[in-house]
Ligand binder design. Structure first.
Ligand SMILES: Nc1ncnc2c1ncn2[C@@H]1O[C@H](COP(=O)(O)OP(=O)(O)O)[C@@H](O)[C@H]1O
Ligand SMILES: [Mg+2]
Length: 257
C-alpha cells in the first residue's frame, strides 16, 4: 500500500479487530471508501457501527489491523499529524449537541474560531454562507433553544461542513427526526456531496435513508462486514440476514457471541 494521499481510496480499513473487556465487537473488518464515494453502514443496534467510525477519526485504536485515511495510517501518525488529519473531517454525530449559550453562527463556526486564525467577522461570514447552503438563512444571531429539532440538526450539518471537509462522517443523522425532516437531511447530504465532492461515510438503520444516500451499502453483523454492494443489490440480497434486516425483520442475535 502506498502512502501517497492522492492514490488509493479515501478510507481503507484492513483486518480491523476491536474488543472491549473480552467482548469482541469488530472481528476482521475489511472495507474501503473511494474518493467522492458515499458509503453507508447498516447493522443492528450494538453491532459496532459507531465503534468502527471512531477508528476512522482515531478516537479508538485497533487491537489488530490498520485504518488508512487519505493515505495516512491512523495508528502510526504522530499526534500532531492526527490533529491535522482531523481537520479533513466533518462530523455529524448522534446527539452531538449545540452549545446553548452560543449564537447559531458561533456554533457553526466553532472549530474555525478555535483552531484557525480566521477573524470573527470572517468566521461569521463563512457560517452564514454555510447556513444558507443548508437552507437556514437569517438564523445567525438566534440561539439553539429558539430553533426546532430539525433546524438544529441542519445547524449540526452546517457545523460539519463549514471547514469544507474532504470526508464527512455521519452517525445516524436522521435518528430522532420525523420522516419529512429526515428526508430534508438526506437530501442535504446528497447535495453537499455533489457540491463539495466530499467522501461520505454514514451510519444509519433507516433503509430508505440508506438507499437515497449510498453508492454502496455495507452490512455489519457479528463483527464482520457480511455484504457490501449497491443499494439495489442489498435490497434484494440473497443473504438471509441482510435481506431480513433491510426488510425490517431484525436478526435476533446481533451482538455476536
Ligand atoms: N468505549 C467502550 N467501552 C466498552 N464497550 C464499548 C465502548 N464503545 C462501544 N462499546 C460496546 O461495543 C458494542 C458496539 O457499540 P456501538 O459501536 O456503539 O454500536 P452501534 O452499532 O449501535 O453503533 C456495544 O456492545 C457497546 O456497548
Ligand atoms: Mg451507534
Amino acid at each position: 500500500m502506498t502512502s501517497d494521499a492522492s492514490s488509493g481510496p479515501a478510507i481503507l480499513i484492513e483486518d480491523l479487530y476491536k474488543q472491549f473487556e473480552g467482548h469482541e465487537v469488530l472481528r476482521g473488518i475489511d472495507l474501503h471508501v473511494d474518493h467522492g464515494e458515499s458509503l453507508v453502514i447498516i447493522g443492528g443496534s450494538g453491532a459496532g457501527k459507531s465503534v468502527l467510525m471512531k477508528h476512522i477519526i482515531g478516537l479508538l485504536t485497533p487491537d489488530r489491523g490498520e485504518v488508512t485515511v487519505l493515505g495516512k495510517s491512523i495508528g502510526k501518525v504522530k499526534q500532531r499529524e492526527l490533529y491535522e488529519l482531523r481537520k479533513s473531517f466533518g462530523k455529524l454525530f448522534q446527539g452531538a449537541a449545540l452549545f446553548d449559550s452560543l449564537p447559531i453562527w458561533e456554533n457553526v463556526g466553532f472549530s474555525l474560531l478555535e483552531h484557525t486564525r480566521m477573524r470573527r467577522s470572517e468566521v461569521r461570514r463563512a457560517a452564514s454562507e454555510t447556513l444558507r447552503q443548508v437552507g437556514l438563512p437569517n438564523v445567525e444571531d438566534r440561539y439553539p433553544a429558539e430553533l426546532s429539532v430539525g433546524q438544529r440538526k441542519r445547524v449540526g450539518l452546517a457545523r460539519a461542513i463549514v471547514n469544507k471537509p474532504r470526508i464527512l462522517l455521519c452517525d445516524e443523522p436522521t435518528t430522532g427526526l420525523d420522516p419529512i425532516m429526515g428526508d430534508v437531511i438526506d437530501n442535504l447530504i446528497v447535495r453537499m456531496r455533489k457540491q463539495l465532492g466530499v467522501t461520505t461515510f454514514t451510519i444509519t438503520h433507516d433503509m430508505k435513508s440508506a438507499s437515497k444516500i449510498a453508492d454502496r451499502i455495507a452490512m455489519l453483523y457479528k463483527g464482520k462486514i457480511i455484504q457490501v454492494d449497491t443499494p439495489e443489490v442489498i435490497l434484494r440480497s440473497e443473504n438471509d440476514i441482510v435481506r431480513n434486516f433491510v426488510q425490517g425483520k431484525r436478526p435476533s442475535a446481533e451482538k455476536g457471541e
